[in-house]
Design a protein around this ligand. Structure first.
Ligand SMILES: [Zn+2]
Length: 207
């Protein structure tokens, strides 16, 4: 089973998943928080040089704000093709003071893959799993499934709240994630949890 670590540079869970070639970092943090994130990595015993891959569950600024700086340190950013139109990061956040430090994401050190190709790509870097498009929280939301470890789901709200959202897209994204039998769910802000499938609403509540 792949090893993982959870570090926090600010308000986002930055997960590190071990690959055959260093760490894959799932989500990063707010612009201007690079030093704090570097410190959190150090305390977790992870060398910046060993963060070889980045994957963002979506391109809200609290998840992707340090992507460019981390790429400059040598990491490769894995982008799902459905995310590509969104990597400029939502401009509605631009009045946040932290946004002044935001470095736009360039196409250097980037790989763009489809969900269908993700398993073979991850296999090449020594990670068994795949990336799913999971729209609902945002159109570019995506989840990383690591076989035997769990699902990194970003900002998908807990599935017991689905009847409150009544969002068919979110519903089918959750069913797709859970169909992969993740032993754990790794959300971007609360603590990781074991999914209790009895809390999944029966199909039909949307009718
Ligand atoms: Zn978000």
């Amino acid at each position: 089973m792949a090893e993982y670590k959870l570090v926090r540079g600010h308000h986002t869970n930055d997960y590190l998943v071990h690959t055959a070639d260093g760490w894959l970092m799932v989500d990063n943090d707010w612009p201007g928080r690079f030093i704090q994130t570097a410190g959190a990595l150090k305390r977790a015993g992870v060398r910046m040089a060993d963060v070889k891959y980045l994957f963002n569950t979506h391109y809200h600024v609290d998840h992707a704000g340090l992507s460019q700086e981390l790429k400059k340190q040598g990491a490769t950013l894995i982008i799902l093709d459905t995310q590509l139109p969104h990597i400029k990061v939502d401009e509605t956040y631009s009045r946040d003071p932290g946004m002044a430090a935001f470095q736009p994401i360039t196409m250097e050190n980037v790989v763009v893959i489809s969900a269908a190709d993700s398993r073979s790509y991850l296999n090449k870097i020594g990670l068994r799993g795949e990336i799913l498009s999971t729209p609902g929280h945002s159109p570019d939301s995506a989840a990383l499934i690591v076989d035997g470890l769990g699902a990194f789901v970003g900002d998908m709200p807990p599935f017991e709240y689905l009847p409150m959202f009544r969002n068919a897209e979110l519903d089918s994204s959750w069913r797709n994630v859970l169909a992969h039998d993740p032993p754990m769910i790794f959300p971007a802000h609360p603590e990781p949890f074991v999914p209790d499938l009895t809390l999944m609403p029966q199909p039909g509540y949307l009718d």
